[in-house]
Design a protein around this ligand. Structure first.
Ligand code: NAD
Length: 252
């Protein structure tokens, strides 16, 4: 368990911050039961060709095989059953406590919004919908789950999930940089920071003199940038942070 000094330092920074930017990754949702990509039991460990499969090139080449693999990788049938965890709830609580919280998430599971966070940018899109590249028709989550290979209700072409696939641009990246660079602190939660261009957000914040903190179970290649590094689980860390913010005299 992390010592109290880093958590105390982070609580102090958060208390004084009017605008908190949060960059979350797959580690944010592992405590909700969704595997991440790069932990020992993460999805990467099971299939080394993941970036190739979850790519726009593969979708265009073989949309049927793409959907079979995509549904398996992201356990689509289970996706509606996942619940937000203590980490997601902490971010919603920070908003209720009067902070502006801009959540910039790499996750596609929709759990930040379900926990009550109001300002969420889903940088890599969402699992919960899909659309047709041929005619623009769209499909909701129920239809995606029902059909083995989801097709457009208007023209019957195979639809693409509204997820940013490898090889596609990240449409909201400029907005995310703008929000992070206008915040009083950037908090990274549960990301290996291996995926670009999102991993440059903490770098740019540090360069701009914005305090940067990270809570992540394993080390990242960017740890030297951070003012505060907490190598611990998100749920327990967030619960201890909330206790400190509610009552600075509380023991961790
Ligand atoms: P990643 O898998 O590369 O890294 C996750 C990091 O989280 C790891 O460093 C791990 O040590 C840490 N971690 C795991 N559980 C944790 C916990 N409980 N507390 C603290 N740290 C924890 O994830 P990434 O950096 O987000 O990159 C993976 C890409 O895959 C993203 O682009 C994302 O879109 C996608 N993805 C999304 C989901 C999801 O929506 N839930 C799941 C898997 C992958």
């Amino acid at each position: 368990m992390t010592g109290n000094s880093e958590l105390d330092a982070l609580a102090t920074r958060l208390r004084g911050a009017k605008h908190i930017a949060v960059l979350s990754g797959a580690g944010m949702s592992t405590e909700s039961g969704i595997p991440d990509f790069r932990s020992a039991n993460g999805l990467w460990a099971r299939d080394m060709s993941l970036p190739e499969v979850v790519s726009i090139a593969y979708f265009r080449r073989n949309p049927v095989a793409f959907w079979q693999a995509f549904k398996d990788i992201f356990r689509i049938k289970l996706a509606g059953g996942y619940q937000p965890n203590a980490g997601h709830r902490f971010l919603a609580w920070l908003e209720q406590a009067g902070h502006r919280v801009s959540v910039l998430t790499q996750n596609i599971d929709g759990l930040h919004a379900r926990a009550g966070s109001r300002e969420v940018i889903e940088l890599h899109g969402s699992l919960l919908s899909a659309h047709c590249l041929a005619c623009g028709g769209s499909l909701g989550f129920e239809a995606i789950v029902e059909q083995d290979v989801p097709v457009c209700p208007d023209c019957a072409a195979v639809v693409k999930p509204d997820v940013v696939l490898y090889g596609e641009a990240v449409p909201a990246i400029e907005e995310a940089f703008g929000l992070a660079l206008s915040a009083d602190i950037l908090l990274v939660l549960g990301s290996s920071l291996e995926v670009g261009p999102v991993n440059l957000i903490p770098l740019e914040c540090a360069r701009a003199g914005i305090p940067v903190a990270i809570i992540n179970l394993s080390a990242t290649g960017f740890d030297a940038l951070f003012d505060i590094v907490i190598r611990d689980g998100i749920g327990s860390s967030c619960q201890r942070l909330q206790a400190l913010l509610e009552d600075p005299a509380s023991a961790c």
